[in-house]
Design a binder for this molecule. Structure first.
Ligand code: TEU
Length: 533
């Protein structure tokens, strides 16, 4: 493949995509917040890492109530991050280095500072301006109760009342009003936003809350945990079919990736039919506890569901919403993931978590399909659970009155170099404090340490490019005993991960290609190996 060459099957079917959470990646102007200039200066690091594409979390103008997922203007760049000219330059520079660019689009809601919401507030109940959102009268004799019982995913009610007595719906913070997708203005505007960015060279979109745009128009009460009136509604498919037509009308394989936390994988796969989205994150894999049977089950179910619609799986271990997996895997007992309280405060064995994270990285890189790497996972960063409360910025923290610590702990600015904070993040401070222990986690320190997480990711990504067996395709399970997850891929590749308590012998092979930890004779507990067979 040339720099941005198209493989016959579509680059996205096997892509390794690196998630840049802009505020925390690299700071180019010394204000303590990551920005486009910082990213531009670090593109060579990403090229050397060996990823195929970058996904940028929202870079649009925003009051940053939800880290930019509260968008005030979908066609501009927030001055905190840079300018539209810089964004275009960044896209072009990434392309020149053989890296594609995916950006976040947030169609479920906007910021309360978006012009359309401001217009809606200024307009009267029943006006066309209000119909772009979900404004409703309240319940109870004086309308002082919300129109229904829906809860915000950040805690508290999903409704907020405005001075004239109406309420508006927000599935996230009260500063993120939900759009009404039955309204033609919304549909037309988002189609135009897609074109705006495709025209500027982006290779695709990661669609935020992709399952949530369409609501049951009756807005019925829902039982706790039942999201059916506002998730996975049939009307969504028509929206994504029209988006797919737009993507397909551009040259060079533009892609749509859905962010959907759906309980039923076969329902999620329906969005991946030929004329809808190209891919969707596999969150069942992310939440899977550290157990060989559970992993095998989720991998099998994923591959089956995706095969039915001929879509590639998209494996993911971490993102900016969940506890970093070094920490999750370092917990005794439940290493899965629950949003409820993030198991905050549960003791963590970072050495154990790191060993498992290394094995999980080799698993993810070896599976059929594409994968996502969340910035910092290649450095083996762990969740920062002891941030001072007064510095926490995630609305989850305030809206749950501290019951849920929120997501700031996985968003701490990256350590690049040096022995003390800000560890080369920028010339100023950092918007969240970095721990002193990150001294040995910097990209600089890890680049020269052959045993580091960074070197493991680099080696794995490079081999994944080179070995025809990896990326898109299928796998055959191999039975190597209880607690051992093993499979082969053609031609000539075997993967083994030992979840059991005792070392296991390696199956017959020609060559050990890569291991997540020391292997002498047998494969130790929580260790993975790639074999040429
Ligand atoms: O997240 C969607 C979502 O519902 C969860 O991942 C959410 O973060 C979690 O329930 C909170 O506890 C997406 C984005 O990834 C997230 O960062 C945004 O906050 C959210 O949408 C709203 O735009």
């Amino acid at each position: 493949m040339t720099a941005l060459g198209q493989s016959a099957a579509g680059w996205w079917r096997s892509a390794a995509i690196y998630q840049v959470y802009i505020r925390s990646f690299a700071d180019g102007n010394g204000d303590g917040v990551g920005d486009l200039a910082g990213i531009r200066a670090r593109l060579d690091y990403l090229a050397e890492l060996g990823i195929d594409a970058i996904w940028f979390t929202p870079w649009y103008p925003s009051p940053m109530d939800d880290g930019g997922y509260d968008v005030a203007d979908f066609r501009e760049i927030d001055p905190l991050f840079g300018t539209l000219a810089e964004a275009q330059d960044l896209i072009a520079t990434a392309h020149a280095k053989g890296i594609r660019v995916i950006i976040d689009i947030v169609p479920n809601h906007c910021s309360d500072e978006h012009r359309w919401f401001q217009d809606a507030l200024a307009a009267a109940p029943g006006s066309p301006e209000r119909q772009r959102f979900w404004f409703r009268p309240g319940r109870g004799p004086d309308g002082s109760e919300p129109p229904n019982n829906w809860k915000s995913r950040f805690g508290g009610p999903a409704w907020t009342r405005v001075p004239d007595g109406e309420w508006y719906l927000h599935l996230y913070s009260s500063r993120q009003p939900d759009f009404n997708w039955d309204n033609q203005d919304i549909r037309a505007d988002f189609e135009d936003v897609l074109r705006f960015w495709f025209d500027r060279g982006v290779d695709g979109f990661r669609i935020d809350v992709a399952d949530g745009l369409v609501k049951d128009p009756r807005l019925p009460d829902a039982d706790p945990g039942d999201e059916t009136p506002f998730s996975d509604q049939e009307g969504l498919h028509e929206i994504y079919r029209s988006w797919r037509k737009i993507a397909d009308s551009y040259p060079g394989d533009r892609v749509l990736v859905g962010e959907m936390w759906l309980p039923d994988m076969s329902r999620a796969a329906r969005y991946l039919r030929r004329d809808e989205l190209h891919a969707a994150f596999n969150f069942d894999f992310l939440v899977c506890p550290w157990d060989s049977t559970r992993f095998r089950d989720v991998i099998e179910r994923t591959l089956l569901a995706h095969e039915e619609v001929d879509a590639p799986a998209a494996w993911v271990l971490s993102n900016h919403d969940v506890t970093r997996h070094v920490t999750r895997y370092g917990r005794e007992g439940d290493t899965g993931f629950a949003f409820a309280d993030r198991l905050h405060g549960t003791p963590v064995d970072l050495e154990l978590g790191t060993r498992r994270a290394r094995a999980a990285a080799l698993l993810t890189l070896a599976l059929p399909g594409g994968l996502y790497v969340y910035q910092g996972e290649e450095l083996g960063l762990w969740e920062i659970e002891d941030l001072p409360d007064e510095l926490r910025q995630d609305p989850v923290w305030t809206r749950t009155n501290g019951a849920d610590p929120g997501r700031d702990g996985c968003r701490v600015p990256l350590p690049w170099s040096g022995d003390t904070p800000p560890f080369g993040f920028g010339t100023g401070g950092t918007w969240l404090p970095q721990p002193a222990e990150w001294r040995s986690s910097t990209a600089e320190a890890q680049a020269v340490d052959p045993a580091s997480m960074l070197r493991l990711y680099r080696a794995g990504l490079r081999l994944r490019e080179e070995l025809p067996a990896l990326g898109d395709g299928g796998l055959e399970w191999l039975s190597l005993g209880d607690g051992v997850l093993a499979f082969t891929r053609e031609p000539g590749f075997t993967f083994v991960l030992n979840f059991s308590d005792t070392a296991v012998p390696l199956p017959p092979h020609h060559e050990v290609l890569l291991t997540s930890g020391p292997v002498d004779g047998g494969l130790p507990t929580d260790t993975a190996v790639w074999l040429r067979t």
